[in-house]
Write a protein of this length. Structure first.
Length: 158
C-alpha cells in the first residue's frame, strides 16, 4: 500500500475508478511493529489516511434547494386557516414557508427573501369564496384558485 511496508495483519484501501490513475482515496491498516521499528516500545497500532482533495472530487453537486410556496395569511381568519393549507401543501410534496409575522407587505418581503416561487394569499374575502389568491412571484401574474384545488393547480411549481 503506497510503498509502506510496516503494515501487518489487516490492511485496507478504498479505490475509485472515477479519478483515473490516482484512484486511491483512503487507506490504512494495522502496524503493530512500527513503534518498535522506530526505537520505541512494542505497541500495537492501527491507522488510516485519506486524501481530502480526492474525496472532494468525488462529491456530486448538491441538488438545488426547492423554491418554496409561501402561504401568506391576511387577517385573523386567514391566520386560522393558513396552517391547514400549509400542511396540505406539504403533504402534497411542496416546500412551504408560512409567513406569519408582520403585515402583508412584510410577509411578501419575506417571500422574496426566501426566493419563493409562488405566494398563496388567504384572507377573509378569499375564504368567503373558498378560494386563495395565487401570485406568481417570477412573472407577477395572479389568479384565484379554489382552495380544494391548490395542490393540483400548483403541481407545475413543485
Amino acid at each position: 500500500m503506497r510503498g509502506l511496508d510496516y503494515y501487518c495483519h489487516t490492511a485496507f484501501e478504498f479505490v475509485t475508478e472515477h479519478l483515473g490513475a490516482q484512484g486511491t482515496v483512503l487507506g490504512g491498516g494495522r502496524y503493530d511493529g512500527l513503534m518498535a521499528l522506530m526505537g520505541g516500545p512494542d505497541t500495537p497500532g492501527v491507522g488510516w489516511a485519506a486524501g481530502i482533495e480526492r474525496l472532494a472530487m468525488l462529491i456530486a453537486e448538491p441538488q438545488p434547494v426547492p423554491r418554496p410556496v409561501v402561504v401568506v395569511p391576511v387577517g385573523e381568519k386567514g391566520e386560522a386557516v393558513a396552517p391547514r393549507i400549509a400542511r396540505d401543501l406539504r403533504r402534497a410534496g411542496f416546500h412551504v414557508d408560512l409567513g406569519y409575522s408582520g403585515n402583508v407587505s412584510r410577509r411578501m418581503k419575506r417571500a422574496n427573501k426566501v426566493h419563493a416561487r409562488i405566494a398563496v394569499l388567504i384572507g377573509e374575502d378569499e375564504l368567503a369564496r373558498a378560494v386563495a389568491t395565487v401570485r406568481d412571484l417570477d412573472g407577477g401574474s395572479q389568479s384565484e384558485v379554489p382552495i380544494s384545488q391548490l395542490a393540483e393547480r400548483l403541481a407545475p411549481y413543485r
